[in-house]
Every structure is written in structure tokens, then in C-alpha cells.
Design a protein around this ligand. Structure first.
Ligand code: FES
Ligand code: FES
Length: 214
């Protein structure tokens, strides 16, 4: 008797719970799609940048990286996306004179900042000395890494001039850092070249920085 009641209770309970479960799943799905609708409204944030000397006003999804802002919103496609993870340096730009990986930085973090991309270093008729040196030294093959290499080289030469030591600096207390090949290699180690144009890149930077080959 007890067994029969128990079985009936169990079967009834399953019959009752099953539609409830299905209904709650449907509600969950509805809520999920509801929240998708909410996120699809994409709230934006105003961002003001000075890019290559030009003031730019933008309304951006606050999740937009500086790299995507430059490429997708300002159509400055000189800056390249390699890994999008801070590992290759192809996206290097100068922000207030300092080099950064633009793929690792949100544009909203740079409101009112000055950004220089490879397009702002020089022009075809008035190349930046580092651009001229790269051509002179044949410091690229496919050229994909080159915009990042150029911005990084400009940034690292300034860092050395300012007396910032690197892992390769013998005397870290010295304010006068000679850019030896070892210094250049160390300071440019965040910029990967898959064509392995490294010897020529080092030579080009040495030409501009005035370092001695060592
Ligand atoms: Fe930014 Fe590779 S794309 S470091
Ligand atoms: Fe091809 Fe550097 S020149 S990746």
C-alpha cells in the first residue's frame, strides 16, 4: 500500500515538476534574450583624442581598444593588429610621447591624450629619420611589423635619451646611456618581426640613435 502511494506521488510529482522546469527554462531564455536586447543598445562614452596633431571627438563603446579606435573608427590602418594580446608589438603607437601596445589599452583611458601613429611620424615627401633609416638599411620584408617597429624605435630612443635604464644597461645610475646593439635589441624585444629583419632593424636604429655597433 505504502509502496503504491509512494509510486503515485513520485509519478505525480514528476508530471507536475516537468512542465514547471520547462516553463522556468523558457522564462530563463526569455530573460537571457531580454538582457541581450539591453546590451545591444551599446551605451557609448565620449572620448576626445588628438591623433597625429588633429583633434578627434568620438562616441565609443567603452570596451573599444585604442587599436580598434584607430583602425575601425579613424581609419588609420597603418597601425597593425598582430596578436591583439600584447605579445607582438605590431600595434605600438606613441601616447603623449611614450610607446604603448594599443591593443591592450582602452580608448576611454586616453581621453585628452595625444596619440601618434606611423601616419603621424612623417610623410612620403618628408620622412621621419627613422623611416628613412629603415629604407636605407632595408629593415623590413613584408612590412607588417614595421609601423610598430618605427613607433617603438622613436619611443625607445627618447627613453634612452631621458636616461631610462634597461635590462642591458651596465650602469643603471648613469644618465648617459649609449645605445649599443645589445641595448637596442633589449629595448626593441617587445616588437616581433616574423620576417626576422632584426639585424637591419638594429642597424637602422643605431644610425638614428648614433650608437656604436657592438
Ligand atoms: Fe598588440 Fe600584438 S597586436 S601586441
Ligand atoms: Fe615582415 Fe617584420 S618585416 S614581420
Amino acid at each position: 500500500m505504502n509502496l503504491s502511494i509512494s509510486r503515485r506521488i513520485v509519478v505525480s510529482a514528476i508530471a507536475f515538476i516537468w512542465p514547471l522546469g520547462a516553463a522556468s527554462a523558457a522564462i530563463f531564455k526569455k530573460k537571457k534574450s531580454g538582457s541581450d536586447v539591453e546590451t545591444s543598445t551599446k551605451p557609448t562614452t565620449p572620448v576626445s583624442l588628438t591623433v597625429n596633431g588633429q583633434a578627434r571627438q568620438l562616441e565609443l563603446d567603452p570596451r573599444t581598444s585604442l587599436l580598434d579606435t584607430l583602425r575601425e573608427h579613424l581609419y588609420l590602418t597603418g597601425t597593425k593588429k598582430g596578436c591583439d594580446h600584447g605579445q607582438c608589438g605590431a600595434c605600438t603607437v606613441l601616447v603623449n610621447g611614450r610607446r604603448i601596445n594599443s591593443c591592450l589599452s582602452l580608448a576611454v583611458m586616453h581621453d585628452q591624450d595625444e596619440v601618434t601613429t606611423v601616419e603621424g611620424l612623417g610623410s612620403p615627401t618628408a620622412l621621419h629619420p627613422i623611416q628613412a633609416a629603415f629604407i636605407e638599411r632595408d629593415a623590413f620584408q613584408c612590412g607588417y611589423c614595421t609601423p610598430g617597429q618605427l613607433c617603438s624605435a622613436v619611443g625607445m630612443i627618447s627613453e634612452a635619451k631621458a636616461g631610462w635604464p634597461s635590462h642591458a644597461t651596465a650602469d643603471v645610475s648613469s644618465r648617459h646611456i649609449a645605445l649599443s646593439d645589445a641595448e637596442i635589441r633589449e629595448r626593441m624585444s617587445g616588437n616581433i618581426c616574423r620576417c626576422a629583419a632584426y639585424p637591419n632593424i638594429v642597424a637602422a636604429i643605431r644610425d638614428v640613435a648614433g650608437g656604436a655597433s657592438r
